[in-house]
Ligand binder design. Structure first.
Ligand code: ADP
Ligand code: MG
Length: 343
């Protein structure tokens, strides 16, 4: 793998949780309803994601990790209206430049599953043998896809050194999984450490939102939630939101033991938006003492063409058109909700 490719990949994938986020988005795009995640050494040694989505066709495996290989962009105009962020075709390519990536996948129409190995953007022989014939091998398997990422940053020793402890990286992974588990009503998530039988997190499809929050954030928060008044179809925007009233997040409740970031999804993608977050928190602290750490979940759907997803391939920070207006609407709602609760 060329140095340039590696550097580019290392800018997209800074830490194991970034790789996981990309893989989660892919399996959601693939229509999965169930996913199991296995993590070893904070995701550095192993990240394994098993889904029950539509799988990958055998003929697509050859070029799966080529840059810009994507099944999600039929024609150029789609760029305008694409409703997923997953149109860049860069995630798997990037991961294959800085880790050992293997895939077992089966589509419903195929009798067999196929196993394929990738290094440096290219399909290689079985078990990463670069001398063997580079082709997918038929194998037994169930419908869906299992992606295995091993030895992340094995060829970037300085990046490896700059990572936080395995436990910190694991916390970040659980944080990402938890956010998607809260947001995705149709997908059951499970996540555990390699070698442990105990699931760190486990949800089932079609659980109620509050139930999912209970599992991820604990009962203190789940019992303390109020719904945000919702706006529907206002200026083509739709919003669903929940916030904790007392700011009941305590360190024992929250596995990360750090200040809680609002769980913010825009068009079903996990994002951050600094200005929106600051504005919500300001509204919140107007009613509640500073130092409380509210739990906030917001899912905003707006016209895809009003979201700028291209700031940076995997940076979560987004910008959108009419941002001030939307921030104002959301902040007003938070204020309204909290003030009517107060009285
Ligand atoms: P993008 O998501 O931007 O298309 P990726 O590099 O993330 O690019 O993925 C490349 C392609 O691999 C996807 O377009 C999709 O066709 C396929 N793919 C990746 N993960 C999965 C999965 N879990 N299930 C089915 N197909 C997948
Ligand atoms: Mg993707």
């Amino acid at each position: 793998s060329s140095v340039i490719n590696r550097i580019a990949a290392g800018e997209i994938i800074i830490q194991p949780a970034n790789a996981l986020k990309e893989l989660i988005e892919n399996l959601i795009d693939a229509g999965s309803t169930s996913v199991d995640i296995l993590v070893k050494d904070g995701g550095i040694k192993l990240l394994q994601i098993t889904d029950n989505g539509h799988g990958i066709h055998k003929e697509d495996l050859q070029l799966l990790c080529e840059r810009f290989a994507t099944s999600k962009l039929a024609k150029f105009e789609d760029l305008e209206s694409i409703s997923t962020y997953g149109f860049r075709g860069e995630a798997l390519a990037s991961i294959s430049h800085i880790a050992r990536l293997s895939v077992v996948t089966k589509t419903k129409t195929s009798d067999l599953a196929y196993k394929a190995f990738y290094l440096g953007g290219k399909l290689v022989g079985q078990n990463f043998n670069t001398n063997a014939v580079a082709e997918p091998k038929p194998t037994a398997g169930t419908d869906g896809t299992q992606l295995t990422v091993e030895d992340l940053f094995y060829n970037m020793p300085s990046r490896l050194k700059s990572l936080k402890s395995k436990n910190d990286e694991y916390s970040k992974i659980l944080d990402v999984v938890g956010r998607y588990a809260i947001h995705c009503q149709n997908v059951g998530f499970s996540c555990k450490k390699y070698g442990e039988s105990h699931q760190a997190l486990s949800t089932r499809p079609h659980m109620l939102l509050k139930e999912r929050i209970r599992i991820v954030q604990g009962s203190a928060i789940a019992n303390d939630l109020i719904d945000l008044e919702s706006i529907k179809n206002k200026d083509h925007a739709k919003l669903v939101g929940l916030l904790s009233v007392e700011g009941a997040i305590t360190s024992s409740d929250y596995m990360n033991k750090k200040k809680v970031e609002p769980v913010l999804f825009i068009n079903h993608r996990l994002v951050s938006c600094g200005p929106l977050k600051r504005s919500i928190l300001a509204a919140y602290y107007f009613f509640l003492p500073k130092g409380n750490h509210p739990f906030i979940y917001l899912s905003l759907e707006i016209e895809p063409r009003n979201v700028d997803v291209n700031i940076h391939p995997t940076k979560r920070e987004v910008r959108f058109l009419n941002e001030d207006e939307i921030i104002e609407i959301v902040t007003d709602l938070v204020q309204l909700t909290l003030s009517s609760h107060d009285s």
